[in-house]
Design a protein around this ligand. Sequence first.
Ligand code: 13P
Ligand code: SF4
Length: 347
Amino acid sequence: SNEQMEARVWEIKKELGGRLFIPGHHYQREEVIQFADVTGDSLQLAQLAAKNREAESIVFCGVHFMAETADILTTREQTVILPDMRAGCSMADMADIEQTERAWTKLQAMYGDTILPLTYVNSTAAIKAFVGKNGGATVTSSNAKEMVSWAFSEKQRILFLPDQHLGRNTAYDLGIPLDKMAVWDPHKDELIYDGNVEDVLVLLWKGHCSVHENFTTKNIVTLRIERPNMNIIVHPECRREVVEMSDYAGSTSYIIDKIEQASPGSEWAIGTEMNLVKRLINKYPDKNIISLNPNMCPCLTMNRIDLPHLLWSLESIVSGVRFNPIEVPQEIANDAILALNRMLERA
Ligand code: 13P
Ligand code: SF4
């Protein structure tokens, strides 16, 4: 039963003590997050992984790219475990390394040495390695602005992988007009742009988050009519038009802080993953909180980490086998860490 599984998880946590570390992303299920030693957004979890040197086993409750990042930032002696290998991220899968190498060759031919690559942490270790090797850095939704500004102090143009929306929203916030942004289509190997390509400053990879694309301008229009006092707050993985029409936009931690600081009785429609929205609804019964999309939007891959998978991972540690280790090949890790460190030393 669930109670038995929970009791066993507590028991193993007690038994392993500091040898075990369980980071949990804000989008994880309640049944899992209750066991997390720390919770955070992807930046905070990366920073914490980089700091932890005690734990032999890090059971990462999040998705594959986060576990890879943790593996890159921890020592060889530490093992990062992902409780379910199918917990990927569809956005990260939208940029594969062959497509990226091909795009880079073509873009170099068009623009010469004027482009710095940046990648959202929601990307594979191979993409981070590509970016690291070419002088660029990773970014998260909480430091994207700082990182894009830094990139423009290095080069005239940026290539932003793999989330076109975070890239567009961030560049727009920094004052770059939309007509100076173009989208790179990795399936057609071509740049989508009407004007003179010389004018382009931001090259956006054609990737997106299928969870956050579910929050629409129609949701906002409906809400503005039906509940005019609602504050609308969204994650910057939402489309430009959605962010434009919202009152606030920011990372998962930003959303949490904003709701925490909101006054009792205030009304909030949140455009982000369901587990986080539900948690905020339960935590603040004195505030009126709803999902911006009434259908509630779960991230199916985040949700693959559940209590049975968590327990299965922990039992494997106890028995000394450690199932599902995430091991980024050393040559990839060596380049990827360059990109991660350029971010971690700035944000
Ligand atoms: P945060 O960086 O805001 O935690 O977001 C990570 C993520 O996967 C959002 O979809
Ligand atoms: Fe990936 Fe979107 Fe899920 Fe975040 S919410 S892990 S970007 S699919």
